[in-house]
Design a protein around this ligand. Structure first.
Ligand SMILES: Cc1ncc(COP(=O)(O)O)c(C=O)c1O
Length: 457
């Protein structure tokens, strides 16, 4: 390890926005009510759960008025900034006019939004027909349904360590031993090896490995399925799975194999879409592939309950063979919010910011890696970054407790991070994409200070 530069202590940037005084129920009361009345399965972070009552752009405030830098964006959902003023204004206008009528009637917002999404898909891809939902789980479920209807087949391939949602159908896409509940799964999903070079299950190294992770998909299809598959679904960079960023050729190889066997390719862009990976608008574009179906949620609505699946008309056509209906999908308030998000991404150079500020942040994290042995790998693209913590760089034993400790310590200093990976040892950094370099200086310094105070953990 080279001698690392000392990193100065950097304060949390001061924000012009002043949160309103909070006069609602106290944190302890909310926690008691939550424990009594909410399903305990509803995920909560931190030993001392945080009560967030206000947000502005990349910052959040708790009930005491303490400011935080939000480096996980409500699990990668707030794309252009909390309560972005332009979006808030549009929502107010729409809520005063019409909140709900359903897509059984015509309304301008839903068609205009679908047209704008189609305009942002790769040219000549034919990806233009959208079905709106209220969540990513529903949109993934719909993508699988369309693939099955279109191909007349049922078997689906996904990645080991995948996360595509919390519904029964999407949980089936993740492998046993990950986030799947121990219930019977009749869906017949088979799992292929992701391009996770840091933990290659074959013990190989890129590029001498010849991408065995990708080519082994052929064997999975041949020996574990009937040989006829409906679809392959994957995130271009695995989010919950720990910012797993595959080698550049990975998806081209897998898509070719899947298509050779008659399957359709589904890109889950719920986390990686809308410019987050910096160089490209869509995560899949980083790998030179074009999917048959694109699933979107989270960042598409900057916090609106909004999901979507866009595909080619001939695949979408399959949905018209039965009555199919989604009560809230396409509602005017979510559509207005989605339209405003697309506009802001363009007008405020959000993708460019993800590229530039994300590159700056990654460099800062790589410098931290030189200094702290606990950091095994820094990976990701744009503002979709991950820092994998290991107890030992040789054995790569996951530093799970240390990751949990680090996230707690950073919170105390005003930095909110995410955690992921199968072992819970990957720090996930996916902030609202309006984040600045000053915020990144604070972020890196905060991680540095907390890693120092915890070494050896
Ligand atoms: C990649 C991915 N797909 C789908 C989903 C499910 O989205 P939702 O929680 O809106 O159902 C998530 C949620 O975290 C996700 O990360």
């Amino acid at each position: 390890m080279s001698a690392a530069k000392p990193i100065a202590r950097v304060p949390l940037p001061v924000c012009d926005h002043k949160p309103a005084p909070y006069d609602g129920p106290g944190r302890d009361e909310i926690l008691t009510l939550r424990r009594e009345y909410l399903n305990p399965g509803v995920l909560m972070y931190y030993k001392e759960p945080l009560c967030i009552v206000e947000g502005h752009m990349q910052y959040l405030w708790d009930e005491t008025g303490k400011q935080y830098l939000d480096a996980i964006a409500g699990i990668v959902t707030v794309s252009v900034g909390h309560c972005h003023p332009k979006i808030t204004e549009r929502i107010r206008e729409q809520v005063g006019r019409l909140v709900h009528a359903t897509t059984i009637y015509l309304h301008p917002t839903v068609v205009l939004f679908a047209k704008e999404l189609a305009r942002r898909m790769p040219q000549d891809s034919g990806l233009k027909s959208t079905y709106f939902t209220s969540s990513g789980s529903e949109a993934n479920d719909l993508a699988i349904l369309m693939a099955r209807l279109h191909t007349g087949r049922s078997q689906v391939l996904s990645l080991r360590n995948a996360y595509h949602g919390g519904s029964s159908a999407t949980m089936a896409l993740t492998a046993v031993g990950t986030w799947k509940y121990p219930i019977a799964d009749p869906s017949g999903t088979k799992h292929i090896v992701p391009g996770y070079c840091y933990r290659c299950p074959f013990g190989l190294e890129y590029p001498s490995c010849d991408l065995k992770c990708a080519t082994s998909a052929e064997d999975v299809i041949r020996y574990e399925t009937s040989g006829e598959i409906a679809a392959f679904i994957a995130e271009p960079i695995q989010g919950v799975g720990g910012t797993v960023t595959p080698p550049p050729e990975y998806f081209q190889i897998v898509y070719d194999i899947v298509r050779k066997h008659g399957g359709l390719c589904i890109a889950d862009e719920v986390q990686s879409g809308f410019g987050r990976t910096g160089e490209h608008y869509w995560g899949f574009e980083n790998w030179g592939v074009t999917p048959d179906l694109v699933v979107m949620a989270k960042g598409i609505g900057n916090g609106a309950p909004l999901g979507a699946c866009t595909t080619r008309p001939e695949i979408a056509q399959t949905m018209s063979s039965r009555l199919h209906f989604n009560t809230f999908g396409g509602n005017p308030v979510s559509m207005i919010q989605g339209l405003a998000v697309l506009e802001i991404i363009d007008d405020e150079n959000i993708q460019q910011n993800a590229r530039e500020v994300g590159g700056y942040l990654k460099q800062g994290l790589l410098e931290l890696q030189e200094k702290h042995a606990l950091i095994g790998e820094v990976r990701g693209l744009g503002l979709m970054l991950g820092v994998e913590l290991v107890k030992d760089r040789q054995t790569k034993e996951p530093a799970t407790a240390e990751a949990a400790d680090l996230v707690e310590k950073c919170k105390a200093r005003g930095l909110l991070l995410g955690k992921g990976g199968l072992y819970g040892n990957v720090i996930r950094i996916k902030p609202p994409m309006c984040i600045t370099k000053s915020d990144c200086d604070f972020l890196v310094d905060c991680l540095d200070a907390c890693l120092e105070s915890s070494e050896p953990c």
